[in-house]
Design a protein around this ligand. Structure first.
Ligand SMILES: C[S@@+](CC[C@H](N)C(=O)[O-])C[C@H]1O[C@@H](n2cnc3c(N)ncnc32)[C@H](O)[C@@H]1O
Length: 215
């Protein structure tokens, strides 16, 4: 049987096992560094956390922020985020591609492990939409995976636009084909410079972290 391709359904079904990805011992030092950067980035700010998932990184950002609103497409992940009872944080359903004015306006944007799931031809529209929710000077932080041969899930195909895909299997045995891109540093820096200034790209072993100030 062909694997399923529905990204929202994949994360709904994966929600209860999702945080195991943050328990891989070889990634712990990188994760510690990433959590520290996130925690230190949003002092006193009102933060929008797009595709917040189970709220694993929302908790880091909220620790020193004034407020945090997490948005995700799945009730399954939002329930787990709400169960963390993070002070100053609330979580609501929404679409990363179409946040809409009801999402409010923010002085910080956190978006972790979502960029890699955005098809290349939607990156620009996605960034324009989220930037429409930000005040000038907002702190923006994106982080995601680097492809590490022998450690990352292998890529099974590349489509005509250059998007790459992995096959993933869940506890239930269900198989999904998931779009997962690994953008080059130049691509990330180019996007950041179109939407902001004071751009910094930190490359760890397993992750990259892009920070800038929104125009
Ligand atoms: C890789 S997880 C990242 C979760 C979290 N940011 C983290 O770093 O742990 C991707 C998340 O995107 C959510 N998602 C999928 N499609 C979405 C969409 N169109 N809009 C908003 N969230 C979406 C999934 O439900 C999932 O929680």
């Amino acid at each position: 049987m062909e694997p399923t391709r529905d990204m929202v359904q994949y994360y709904a079904e994966r929600a209860h096992e999702y945080e195991r990805i943050y328990q891989r011992p070889e990634r712990e030092a990188d994760l510690r560094a990433l959590r520290a950067v996130i925690a230190a980035s949003f002092d006193g700010r009102d933060v929008l956390d797009v595709a917040c998932g189970t709220g694993y990184f929302s908790a880091c950002a909220a620790a020193r922020a004034r407020s945090l609103v997490g948005v995700d497409a799945n009730e399954q992940t939002l329930e787990l985020a709400r169960a963390k009872a993070i002070p100053n944080a609330s979580f609501r359903a929404g679409d990363a591609y179409d946040l809409g004015p009801a999402a409010g306006r923010y002085s910080g944007l956190l978006c972790t492990f979502w960029w890699s799931h955005v098809p290349k031809d939607r990156i620009d529209a996605f960034l324009r939409n989220v930037h429409g929710r930000l005040e000038p000077g907002a702190v923006v932080l994106f982080a995601d995976n680097k492809f590490v041969p022998g450690n990352s899930t292998p890529l099974v195909r590349t489509d005509e636009d250059g998007n790459t895909y992995q096959e993933r299997r869940l506890e239930s045995g269900a198989r999904y084909e998931v779009l997962k891109n690994f953008p080059a540093a130049g691509e990330l820096l180019g996007c950041a410079r179109r939407f902001g200034s004071a751009v910094e790209l930190q490359e760890l072993t397993y992750y990259w972290c892009l920070r800038y100030r929104a125009h």
